[in-house]
Design a protein around this ligand. Sequence first.
Ligand SMILES: *Cc1c(COP(=O)(O)O)cnc(C)c1O
Length: 415
Amino acid sequence: MTNPSISRETLAAADAADPLAGFRDEFDLPENILYFDGNSLGPLPRGTAARMEQAITQEWGRDLIGSWNSHDWINLPSRVGDKIARCIGAAPGEVVAADSTSVNLFKLLMAALRLRPGRKTILTETGNFPTDLYVAQGVCDLLGDGHELRRVPGDEITASIDDDVALVLVTHVNYQTGAMHSLVDITQAAHDAGALMLWDLSHSAGAVPVVLNLVDADFAVGCGYKFLNGGPGAPAFLFVASRLQDDIAPPLSGWMGHEAPFEFADDYRPAPGITRNLCGTPSVLGLTALEAGLDLFLTADMMEIRRKSLALADQFMTLVATRCAGQGIVIATPRADTRRGSQVSLRHENAYPIMQALIARGVIGDFRAPDTLRFGMAPLYVRHVDIWDAVEHLRDIIETGDWDRPEFHARSAVT
Ligand SMILES: *Cc1c(COP(=O)(O)O)cnc(C)c1O
């Protein structure tokens, strides 16, 4: 909904009435930074440093190997997984935190194809996140049995699920545009055609309400370092619906997924339940930081988060459309609430240097090739007035040509 009377004062009033406003102090954000990149790397929660200090000096430093038992390190993947389950509409025992999203994609793609022998197609969206496409391509090559990855535009997915499709692999919220698919419609269409459904929730977990069990989803993966604030390279997660768990043949049949790892038996026997999807020794420090992020996140109300996220993005799009009119900006994110996640994407031919100029002024978003500026809306620390200030910087940078300074054209390895 467009609000023509939006001003810095109305936004400041919205902050004063914001039930989530207190969460900003729970993050260790530098002064004078407007952080719009929580969709790529969530900031540091204040509680995390103390928790890590304890894990390093006390648990590792003093208690040493005994900590596997005394501090329950061994159960971190399932304990953290149960906390993630609460963020994505899953039940306890349906999620583990481990490995990276890419590795978890490999595990679940392989497991799913084995559950649909005879069907050869993985169906996905054109322009899905690269690692999803690359891992699926690798799985097809590895199987060497005529499997193929078929890509179709997002709005053709449901109509394209035929009886050769073993698995539908869709990212719920698109990383480029912020467009969101319907969990229920695509899951239902996959099941109606006898296919399985794997959701990538990397841009959903902690950002939008997700109801995996309500829609009867089969599989899901997602990131810990984005909206869940788990820290750089945080462990990822995977979900398998409980009704499928004991049918899974894990392709990475490591000892941590064994029924009794400390029996040291010669033969592999998968653990019952979700645990069989673990492979090697858990990343204890990474899981500790992720758990600290989750413990903070779980004190917030997901419906309040969604409401504020929609409002922030709406205000941002409205201000860009009015205050930056005629400057060559195209809003790439769908306007309808039900069709967008928790980010706003803008397209501009000079997107890269414009983003560098914004970052130089402390407005941190990111750039995605070839021409997208992304702004993540994380309601736990983004304020309504930040929206006003960010758009004013954007307007000024384009109007004055500030973006065209040579230093803003230099490309770094990570964009
Ligand atoms: C961020 C992201 C990933 C990241 O995968 P990693 O293995 O953690 O590098 C995967 N899929 C999607 C859709 C993402 O947005």
